[in-house]
Every structure is written in C-alpha cells, then in structure tokens.
Design a protein around this ligand. Structure first.
Ligand code: MSP
Length: 466
C-alpha cells in the first residue's frame, strides 16, 4: 500500500458539533497520523466536512430566520473550530455547497443517467426529514419515525427519478462477500449481507419539492436527493483538488452504524453505475450513550467537544474517548469514570512516570539516544486492525511496568553509574511510549520527545490531577 485515503461522514449543518461527531473524526485523525508516519505526509489524504443541502438544513435555517446558505456559512466553521480544538489534522474540509463539488456531483449523476440506470417514476410514501430518508411502512411506529418521534412524517406523492439499485444488488453482494469491498466489523458485514439477500428495491434519487439542493442536470425542476449528492463528496474532492486524483478509490470510509446502508450498499451501487472503482474498506463504529442514556437534545445531555477539552485537555479528551470502549461496539461514556480514568491513567500513570524520571535526570547529563524511533509492532498491528483501545492498552501496560520497575529500582537512592543505568532504561522506554502515542496524543508525544532530547529537564505536569 503506497497511499491512504480516509474519510469521515460529512456532518449535517443543522446542528453544532457534539461528541458523537468528534468520536468519528478523532479516530480518522489517529488513522491518518499513523499512515503519515508510515507512508509520508503527501501519500495520505484525510477528508472531512459538512453536508449542507436538504430539508433538514433548510428547516433549521428557517427557524433561525436565515437563508440556508447563510445558515450553513455560520455552522460549517463551527465544525472546523471544533476540529482545531481537538488537533484534527485533516487535509481538506469539503462543504457540499462548494460549487466544485456541485459541478462534479452533477457530472457523475449525468453519467449514471447516460449509462441507463436512472428512470422516471412515481414516489409514494413517507419521508422523515430528521433522517433525510424515505421510510418504509414496516419501519413506521405509531405513525412516527422511531428515531424522530417528535417530528411529523411527510407524505409524499411526486414524480421522481429512480436509480436501479436492484440491478446492482447481486454485484454488491458478491463484492462484500468476497471482501473486495470489506465491511467491518464482521457483524455489520453480516447485517448488510442479510438485508441484501432479502432483495432490494430501486430508490428515489431526486426530489421535486426540495429547493435547497443541487439541481438534476437533465431536469432543473428537481434537486438531487441530498444523500446521493453527499455520498459523491468522497469522490468529488479527489477530482477537484490539485494532485488528489490518484487517491480515488478511498481506502477507508469511517462512519457510525446509523448510516451503514447508505455506505455499504447505495454508495458502491452508484459507483458501479458510474463505472468508478469501489472503496476498499468501510468501518461502521457503534453508538455510545452518556451515563447510560441516549444522547439527545430533549434530555439535555448533549456534550460538546469544548466541554471535554475544557475539563480534560486536548489529549485527555482524545485518550478518554478512544479508550472508553472497543471501537466497533456500542458503549457508554461515563463522565464520573472519565474523571477516574484521567487521574489513574494520565495524571498518575503517564504523567507521573515522566515527572519522576525527568526529576532525577535533572542532576545528570542524560538524554534520549538520537535514533529514529518508529511505532512498535504490537501497537501498529492493533491500529491497522482498528483496535484502538487495545493499542492504548498495550502502551499503558508498558507505562505500568515502567512505574513498577521504577519503584523496585529505587533510583532516588542511587548515584553515579547505577543511577545512570536505571534512568537510561527508563528514558528509552519513555521514548518508545511517546512514539507509540504519536497518532493518539500528538501534542503529548511531541512534548515528551522534546523534553527528552538534549539535556532532560523537569517540566510542569503533563496532566494535572482533577
Ligand atoms: N450527513 C450525514 C452523513 C453523510 S456522509 C456522506 C449524517 N450526518 S450527521 O451529522 O448526522 O452525522 C452522523 C455521524 O455522527 C454518525 O455516523 C457518527 O459518525 C456520528 N455520531 C453521531 N452520534 C453518535 C453517537 N451517539 N455515538 C457515536 N457516533 C455518533 O448522518
């Protein structure tokens, strides 16, 4: 593998960023940083951005008394700010209102049309604006969308364009089964295979009544269904940015399990219809609750990235989110547990180790040997398998062992050569820990490596106790 292209979902601008968005984006950042170390910066492309069209955004704008574009212009930078706060080093932030995206999205749709995979039909049924999704009778509970019970379903009967999804289902099924398009984790793959085997219907890919969107190239009275056009972003960005063409196909799409079907089935079908190569991997992670409850505005428990950074610091936040539970499963973010874990692992574990070792080094001339360090293989392997909490577990086992042997060696009672030997052992270990931490806690990693190169000196604590 000589290049790596990783994407996050494009987040809706109908809402400001919360910790759910941050979770996916931090993970993508870890992966991008890892591959940059391995392949070099120019061979990695990390794309994120915002999804700005559709009824949901138009309604939110109306509520705020703004035009959709004004509204999107206000919210999109909030995402960019949040990513800055979390030290997310993305290569490009795409907005679906970017005219370059709009142009290529239209071209791709035109190609699918020209290839004969789009036809005119009548759509009749319900639409959930919250999901931005046509919803089937079977999924309706008490006349409501189960995910948006406070919103009214919209009954729609209109002339739309349909995409022959059914025609591509067998091919998608075989791509997924063979692993050519690899869906992770395994349970998600099986879920998709199960649904595909039941058969799929064609889907409506345009809207007559939604003005806030990209117009259908051959019929300006319709707009492209927002989901179709948003999926195109992964491809369009590579085509309009200078020097990024060869990054398509994507190596990894990272998403939450809520948007699995769109990415696992509809997206590759659209690509096949446009005769474009399929992405290689799709990883759908789980959803978390907050202290055991669904995160929701009505419960008032939505956490912003800033709230966490204010309390735990930038790298503290990254650590706590990535180590909370296994990536891919559902989990819970427990704020009391965050405090405990912060103190145990960061303040006492890593922070204390660095503080004790540097304090004794103050009286010596020791420094980290000037040698290029690379991420250790047990950590690298776990990152490549998307087992981030396991990777951190490996690093923290080393930290625990370093603290344990420090107590046993009692270097504070030693002098001269025996002291230097004990400290050198610790310095080398800390150098490796800092290197392994680079994709996860880039700022801390850099601080430690700087502190240990040249004459080692004490510094204020890395993670002050809470
Ligand atoms: N705009 C679409 C995606 C289009 S991609 C071409 C969308 N946007 S969204 O703003 O609703 O973001 C959904 C994503 O946010 C999820 O897939 C997931 O990555 C993240 N999460 C939102 N809430 C979350 C949790 N409670 N837990 C984990 N991730 C969560 O869908």
């Amino acid at each position: 593998m000589n290049k790596f292209f990783v994407t996050t979902p494009l987040y809706y601008v109908n809402d400001v960023p919360h910790v759910g968005h941050a979770y996916t984006t931090i993970t993508a950042d870890v992966i991008a940083r890892y591959w940059r170390q391995k392949l070099g910066k120019k061979n990695v492309f990390f794309l994120t951005g915002t999804d700005e069209h559709g009824s949901n955004v138009a309604q939110a704008a109306e509520k705020a008394g703004k035009s959709p574009k004004e509204y999107a212009d206000e919210i999109a930078p909030r995402f960019a700010e949040a990513w800055k706060l979390l030290n997310i080093d993305y290569d490009f932030f795409i907005r679906t209102t970017d005219p370059r995206h709009e142009k290529i999205a239209r071209e791709v749709l035109q190609k699918i049309y020209d290839n004969g995979w789009i036809y005119e039909g009548l759509y009749e049924g319900f639409y959930c604006v919250g999901c931005e999704k046509f919803i089937t009778e079977a999924d309706i509970i008490d006349k409501k969308c189960p995910l948006h019970p406070t919103r009214k379903l919209i009954y729609q009967k209109e002339k739309n364009y349909f995409f022959k999804l059914s025609r591509f289902a067998p091919e998608i099924l075989s791509e997924i089964k063979s692993g050519e398009y690899e869906i992770l984790p395994e349970a998600r793959k099986n879920e998709v295979i199960g649904r595909l085997e039941q058969g799929v219907q064609d889907i409506s890919i345009s809207r007559a009544g939604v003005a806030w969107g990209i117009s259908v190239p051959w019929n300006k009275s319709q707009t492209i269904y927002v989901w179709v056009e948003a999926l195109f972003n992964y491809y369009t960005a590579t085509q309009f940015l200078v020097g990024k063409k060869n990054f398509w196909p994507a190596d990894l799409h990272l998403i939450g399990k809520d948007i699995l079907w769109f990415h696992a089935v509809i997206w590759p079908a659209l690509l096949l219809a446009a005769k474009l190569p399929l992405p290689k991997q799709l990883f759908a992670h789980g959803f978390f609750t907050i202290d055991g409850q669904k995160m929701s505005k009505s419960l008032g428990n939505v956490i912003s990235p800033k709230q966490l950074v204010d309390k735990y610091g930038l790298d503290g936040t990254r650590y706590l989110l990535l180590s909370a539970y296994q990536f891919g499963s559902d989990g819970d973010l427990s704020l009391p547990k965050f405090d405990e874990k912060y103190n145990a692992d960061l303040a006492n574990g890593l922070g204390n180790l660095v503080a004790r070792v540097t304090k004794l080094c103050d009286t010596t001339n020791l420094s980290l040997p000037d040698k290029e360090l690379t991420i250790s293989s047990p950590v690298a392997q776990r990152i490549e398998e998307y087992r981030f909490n396991d990777a951190l577990g490996v690093i923290w086992a080393v930290i625990a062992e370093a603290n344990r042997s420090f107590n046993e060696d009692k270097p504070w009672e030693l002098k001269g050569k025996p002291l230097n030997e004990v400290l050198t052992k610790q310095i080398i270990r800390i150098g490796q820990v800092a290197t392994d931490l680079q994709p996860f806690l880039p700022e801390t990693s850099e601080k430690i490596l700087k502190q240990f190169s040249g004459k080692i000196k004490s510094q204020p604590p890395l993670f002050p106790r809470i």
